[in-house]
Structure formats: C-alpha cells, structure tokens
Design a protein around this ligand. Structure first.
Ligand SMILES: Cc1ncc(COP(=O)(O)O)c(C=O)c1O
Length: 425
C-alpha cells in the first residue's frame, strides 16, 4: 500500500490526516512520507545488492534537495548525482561520501570544476571535448587527476515528453554518437584525465523498459569498439529516468477514473531487473542515477480553495498554490492527480484548478473532473515529491511553502515557510 491513502473518505499521510497537518502547518504545504521514500530506494537497491553486481546508486538530488530528504538517502547508503557546485555543497553537507558523488551537466563553470576537483568527487560526467580539455587544464594546474565518464547521445527515443527527452540528436546533452570514438581517443591523450566510464541518460519519466534495453545494448557495443582501440572502460552509467505513475494514484468511488494512455508502467523492480540481466555479461561496474522514482510518490502538495468562479467557457477553482510552488504543469503540461482531502458524494464537475499567479499558464489541472469544491476546501496535488519544491520560485514575490516529513506517528517540519521579510535577501 502507498503511504498516502484514503480511509473513511479522508486522505492520510502515513498515520496523519492530511487535513489536520494542513491546518496545523498552513497551506500551501509539501508533505513527504519517509517510509514511502525508503521503500522506493530499497525497491531499486535491493535487486542490485542481490545481483552481486558492483554498483553505485546515486540519487539525482535535483529531484528534491530538502536537507532532511538528502540525509535520509545518504544514511541508506546512496551516492549523489549532482548538477552544480551548489548541489555538491549540499551533497557534502548532508552526508554523501566523495567516492559516491558523480557530477553531470553540460555547462560546468571553471570555478565549479575546480571546487569539485579539490573535493575529489568520484566522477565528472562530461558532455563535450571542449569541456574535457578545460577539466584537464584545471586538473593539471592543481596537480590532480580528474576521473571522467564520457556522456554519449545515443539517439534513442525514450518515448517521454520532449522537454525531458535527453538522448536524441536534437538534444543538447551528450556527445553525438558519430563523434564519440574520436572524442574518447582525444580525451585519452590529455594529461590529468582518467577515463573511467561511459554515460548515457536518455530522458526522464520513462515508463517502458525497451528504451533502457536499447541503451544498454548500444553502450555494450561501444565498449567493445573502445576495447579494440585500447581504451578499457570500468564504469557503465545509464543515468536515471525510471518513470512513475501520475494518474489514478488514488482510487475511490468518489474520485473519477483518469484516462491513462500509458497503461503499461514498468515497476521499479522490472526496470532494474531488465538492466541487471543485460549487464551481467559485460563485467562492468554499474552506476545509476534515479531521481524522480525515489521521491515523486513520496510527496504531495496541499492547497486550499480561495474562490470559485464561473467563466463563460469554464469554471475555475482558484487556489492558494500555483506555478511558483509547482512548476511542472505549466512547464511541460505535466499531469498530477488532484484529490480533495475529504471526499464527498457531490457528483463531478469539470473545472480548471488554477493558482494565484499572474500568468495564464498558472494551472495545476485543466479540464479536470472533480467533486464540487467550495471556498476553504483543501486538496492534495499528488506525486509532487520530485521536481516540485526544487523547481519552485519566488515569482510574483510569493514565498515558498513549508515542507514537513511524516514517519508513522512522527511529524517534523523540515523547512519553514519563507517569510515575506526574507524576500529582499
Ligand atoms: C544526468 C542525469 N541523471 C539522472 C537524472 C534523474 O532523472 P530522473 O529524475 O528521471 O530519475 C537526470 C535528470 O534530469 C539527469 O539529467
């Protein structure tokens, strides 16, 4: 059972009534379930442990970098995939070991590279020959060795939203597969560079195993070609991207079924198993970088209805939370189930659930069938533990929400609501 669930027509987070938490801490409010996050991590990690493969499971901390969530996963033994100097700082501060930190990103600055070299991060995932040359120069100046993995763009369709596809020709990520062998050859000649691996992250929210299988096969053949060139790769990193379910997360007779074009979700276990079986014969160390799959269904965003308004074309439910708290719907038309915290048999109406921000794109749900909501009613936007708070902003000079963590009967405020007096800092 998911740790967010309905009992007696009311939404719970572990042992707490969501409505009570929202009354106590105010709205908008992010609520996370520690047990859900732990379960997700173990579902991915345990098959790897059982497989006896040598592996690193590096949490992509961009998904949710709340200090307490970072700590939960570092205490479980996770490594970190970081995308900036700021994320390196957070990873080190909240318990991630240097030999489990891998640094990705197309645009690392010289200062960030120097910082990461001095902190001796385990790996730089590099995305262009120019970047490798810069890393080599800086490492040489500092008399340090940079361990690198070269990210290839395999031109594989991850069958996900175009904005979160990263492994196709038209994307900025990785090195064109036509150039990859030359880049390895050039990089191999550079001083203070140790090529330890090859990397390919083909996208996010991937719900089928086939794109991974294709990627692993492609990488396997590349490794063979590199071997012929005298370059031996020790690590195979295929990034993150495991998809999660956003529709019909909560089912109940007062909640309409959501039409889901994507019926066949691979479970985390299936995703990982498919890769394990392909990797066993390659005799390489494996790195994975899951983000969303560890935290997305471990969090909800709770908001309150401020007003309802009947327009000529549609009815609007105007709420106290919007695009500055949860950017995903406006950024890539992401779908999140909206669940009233108290379910009632009111029948359904079709509405747009919108935020208070001065943008037409400020919506949480569009043309959505929901029970009738009135001023003061509270609702949860489900599956918002990943790329929720971490993508939030102060747009319209709005303060970011509070974040709390529940674990059984325990609740902890893990980030205070911002105060308007802090806005000028
Ligand atoms: C290089 C890399 N690794 C891992 C991830 C995490 O992906 P996800 O959250 O889909 O698991 C990302 C996400 O953008 C990424 O760019």
């Amino acid at each position: 059972m998911n740790h967010f669930y309905i009992k007696d027509n009311r939404l719970y987070a572990e042992n707490f009534l969501v409505e009570e938490l929202a009354k106590q801490y105010g709205t908008p409010l992010y609520i996370y379930s520690k047990n859900q996050i732990l379960r997700n991590y173990r579902e991915i990690n345990q098959p790897l442990v059982n497989s006896k493969l040598d592996f690193l499971n590096c949490y992509a901390i961009k998904a949710n970098s709340n200090p307490e969530i970072l700590r939960i996963l570092s205490e479980e033994g996770a490594g970190a995939e970081i995308a900036s100097g700021g994320e390196l700082y957070l990873a080190l501060k909240f318990g991630y070991l240097r030999n489990k930190i891998t640094y990705t990103g197309v645009g690392k600055t010289d200062e960030e590279i120097e910082y990461a070299l001095k902190e001796n991060v385990f790996n730089f995932t590099v995305e262009s020959l120019q970047e490798i040359k810069v890393i080599s120069e800086i490492a040489h100046r500092l008399s340090l060795i940079a361990r690198i993995s070269i990210r290839v763009n395999p031109d594989i369709d991850a069958k996900t939203h175009p904005y979160i596809t990263t492994g196709m020709k038209e994307n900025k990520f990785g090195i064109d597969s036509r150039d990859i062998l030359c880049v390895f050859e050039e990089a191999n000649k550079l001083p203070n560079i140790d090529i330890i691996g090859i990397h390919s992250h083909i996208g996010s929210q991937i719900t089928e195993v086939e794109p991974y299988i294709e990627a692993v096969k492609y990488l396997g053949s590349l490794i063979e070609k590199l071997k012929e060139m005298g370059i031996t790769i020790r690590y195979l990193n295929f990034g993150g991207g495991f998809g999660v379910q956003y529709k019909n997360v909560i089912s109940h007779r007062y909640i309409p079924d959501e039409e889901d074009e994507n019926k066949a979700y691979a479970s985390l276990g299936e995703h990982i198993q498919s890769v394990i079986s392909l990797l066993s014969h390659l005799d390489k160390k494996l790195i994975i970088e899951p983000g969303r799959s560890l935290v997305a269904n471990g969090g909800i965003l709770v908001g309150k209805v401020l007003y309802t308004k009947q327009g000529e074309m549609k009815k609007f439910i105007i709420t106290d939370t919007g695009m500055n708290d949860l950017m995903r719907p406006c950024l890539y038309q992401a779908y999140h189930q909206v669940v009233p915290v108290t379910l009632k048999d009111t029948g359904y109406e079709t509405v747009d659930v919108v935020g208070p921000v001065c943008e037409t794109s400020d919506f949480l749900a569009s043309k959505r069938k929901l029970q009738k909501l009135e001023r003061g009613d509270m609702f949860a936007v489900m599956t918002t533990g990943a790329y929720g708070y971490s993508l939030s902003s102060n747009y319209n000079a709005r303060v970011r929400p509070a974040e709390i963590l529940v674990e059984g009967n325990k609740v902890q405020l893990i980030r205070e609501r911002e105060k308007i007096e802090e806005l000028h800092y």
